[in-house]
Write a protein that binds this ligand. Sequence first.
Ligand code: TTP
Ligand code: MG
Length: 358
Amino acid sequence: MSNDKIILHLDLDAFFASVEEREHPKYKGKPVIVGADPKNGQGRGVVATCNYLAREFGVRSAMPISKAWKLCPRGIYVRPNFELYAKVSHDIMSLIKKYPDKFEQVSVDEGFLDVTNKVKDYEEAEKLAGKIKKEILNKEKVTCSVGIGPNKLIAKLASDYKKPYGTTVIKPEDARKFISKLNVRKLPGIGPKTEAVLKELKIETVNQLAKTDVKTLVDTFGVFGYRMHEMSLGIDESEVTEEYETKSLGRETTFEEDVDNPEIVFNAIGELVDEFHEEIIASDIQFKTVSIKIRYENFETHTRAKTFEFYTNEKQLVKDAANQLCQPFLNIGRKIRLVGVRVSGLNLGEKQKTLKEV
Ligand code: TTP
Ligand code: MG
């Protein structure tokens, strides 16, 4: 691979649950599940995350909380404290930023560090990773895992390889072998739907994907077929970009009972926006896109988005856009289980940017 970058990807372990354990030492050694109220098994929301002990019981992110309760009735169930996680995330990201030439935060608990000019070789990169991991643990009392590789794709897959508190180093000459053993589902952009289509083509491993004719992939998936094939060979030319620290910010809620009254949906949207808007202002974030998510009682889920031609941080604009996007899903005789609102296309720290300038 003609690539001499050295990229680190860092991802906090069981992030929300780790923060809860840190705040409540009595949770140590117990399965901790952060998410909706389980209500003795009758709860209707989902699991945000859980610690590694709870994972031994089969509990996972996004699983219905009622299922988690069945799998792990003796776990400690905690409601999320988003403000606290946002603060811990911000503190950790600020701490990491000083190490690389370029730093890109990609979600609340992960980021890429381009350390090409900071270290001599992969051995030094591994030492640096160890130093950063220890510093985060000492100062913030949470652990993370790090992947090191010649590009962002390999680094990200590597950080996920050994968790928790793992470090995985993939040198350029080993990248192809490393990636070819993985399941296609591990590749960014390949979700359950794409996975199912690939399975019909008898493609389950990255190695099988790499051996597939590009034309077949493009005929099936359009331009993403090319990208899939590139990824299967471990190729990723994308740069670590400092432009966006957070890709999106949002909230969703599951109703106590399925609803068909539009007023209840609009009120819920208003409350969700009020909640995360505080975080938007506190973090000095502006955005361009508002999206909504609607899940019907049979779990059929739809998303819709609207992109403005300007950056904004106006609360009312989000509410109006979200209400408008929801309209087609309301008053059609179907009951709604969940509603979510999200903003993306974020632009940070540019409070002065106004409608006219963009
Ligand atoms: P992840 O990094 O995907 O998960 P994690 O940090 O809990 O566990 P690990 O990385 O060790 O596998 O997500 C970071 C946080 O984002 C997570 O702590 C909670 C939140 N989250 C949700 O709220 N819902 C979800 O479905 C997922 C995947 C994450
Ligand atoms: Mg994580």
